[in-house]
Design a protein around this ligand. Structure first.
Ligand SMILES: C=C(O[C@@H]1C=C(C(=O)O)C=C[C@H]1O)C(=O)O
Length: 398
């Protein structure tokens, strides 16, 4: 029998239990257990994201904590409630090259799957938005949908965690206990998109916009990535986001570095146009959440202009986004923190899983292609759960 020593990252992952708070980010892993202090729904009401975090950190300090760390998920709509806690116990670890890749064998089966709206309705809504864009009412709106899946048993999240991290090791992975009023819930996901990280006087934001599904055939896959790199439609869609992020960062920064052109990055299921922006803060004590709040919602997940895009989202999406396209991350007393955008995610409640995906719609968007883009994005979480679901026959994306 061979005995292998587990690296500290794997040890931390192995200690996750379904009511914990886990962030497995490219910079570090944080595992929180128990709630030392939390901000209830009542206490959050009417407070901005920044005020919520400040008031929680203040509670922590009053409780005698020297270095409290807040872990949380904030909603898409600023007035909705979030989950914010300072855990009783925190473990942190570095990120290693390798994690255990013996994938979970705990299989679950779906008994019923429903897309809200249906694929057809989604395509119709995309068409409606492109029409409004052509009429000059807005430039971009991001339209989402939900896949509601009933499964034969309650998923064991500690098993799923290993799948999640193995498939998306260089991404912003999370599993957070979002239970409320006796309902046990977990928010789980693997976001590729960093809204803001702040360490000392350096901030980084990495907006993504403009996407293509990955292809099974490696040659086709490379061609698709090249096509994305040169697609005018996608470069325009991407530029709207980069400009908005720069405008929001400028007041905080004395220096900003922006690459001249976006690069193309990938996840297991998607190609994305990506721009990593690095800023030097005027004031190194600026809170990460203050910057995040000014950036949110970026046109990567809402649109341009923001208020008109929001109005379209409210009218055309037949569900509330809740945590989807909100923020997930951590923050400490010095204002350091990391906030990713809550995408490629699912919420689990007993035997029901709700998976979310959206796509940015611009003037030249083709409804069927946008629908396929959301279907490909949904594959990220479908794979984590081991659920085989392809919307269409003969769909070649992987
Ligand atoms: C909204 C999502 O993704 C966002 C939309 C993208 C796009 O339209 O190209 C790309 C990345 C994300 O900013 C999602 O994954 O659900």
């Amino acid at each position: 029998m061979s005995v292998e020593t587990l690296n500290e990252e794997q040890q931390l992952i192995n200690q996750y239990h379904s009511n914990d708070y886990l962030l497995s980010f490219p910079s570090k892993n944080i595992l929180g257990k128990g709630k030392a202090v939390e901000l209830t729904e009542e206490e959050q009401r009417g407070l901005s994201f920044r005020k919520r975090i400040e008031s929680l950190l203040h509670k922590g300090t009053l409780n005698g904590m020297e270095n409290p760390i807040v872990i949380g998920a904030l909603p898409f709509h600023q007035q909705d409630k979030g989950t914010l806690v300072i855990p009783e116990e925190i473990q942190q670890s570095e990120v290693y090259q390798n994690v255990d890749n013996s994938l979970s064998s705990d299989t679950i089966s779906s008994t019923h799957i429903q897309s809200i709206p249906s694929g057809k309705e989604y395509a119709k809504a995309v068409e409606k938005i492109t029409k409004e864009i052509k009429e000059g009412k807005l430039e971009k709106a991001v339209l989402g949908r939900v896949l509601q899946i009933d499964v034969d048993k309650q998923p064991d999240i500690s098993h799923l965690i290993q799948n999640l991290i193995t498939h998306n090791h260089d991404k912003y992975n999370f599993a957070l206990n979002t239970s409320e009023e006796g309902k046990e819930k977990t928010l789980i996901g693997a976001s590729p998109e960093l809204l803001i990280s702040k360490k000392g006087s350096i901030v980084v934001s990495n907006p993504l916009a403009g996407s293509r599904p990955r292809q099974k055939d490696p040659e086709k896959d490379v061609l698709i990535a090249q096509e994305l790199r040169h697609s005018e439609k996608d470069l325009h869609e991407h530029q709207l986001v980069v400009q908005s992020v720069l405008n929001a960062l400028r007041p905080f920064c004395k220096k900003l570095h922006v690459p001249e052109e976006p690069s193309v990055i990938h996840t297991e299921t998607m190609w994305h146009l990506s721009t990593e922006i690095i800023g030097h803060l005027e004031d190194p004590y600026t809170q990460s959440i203050e910057i995040a709040e000014n950036l949110h919602p970026t046109p990567a997940i809402c649109g341009t202009p923001n208020d008109i895009a929001l109005e379209n989202i409210r009218q055309l999406e037949p569900f509330n986004r809740d945590y989807f396209t909100g923020l997930i991350g951590w923050s400490d007393k010095n204002g350091d923190g990391e906030w990713a955008i809550t995408i490629r995610c699912a919420e689990i409640e007993e035997n029901m899983i709700r998976m979310f995906a959206g796509a940015g719609i611009v003037k030249d968007s083709v409804p069927e292609e946008e629908k396929n883009e959301t279907a490909a994005k949904l594959q990220t979480m479908l794979r984590v759960f081991g659920i085989d679901f392809y919307e269409e026959e003969g769909n070649e994306s992987c």
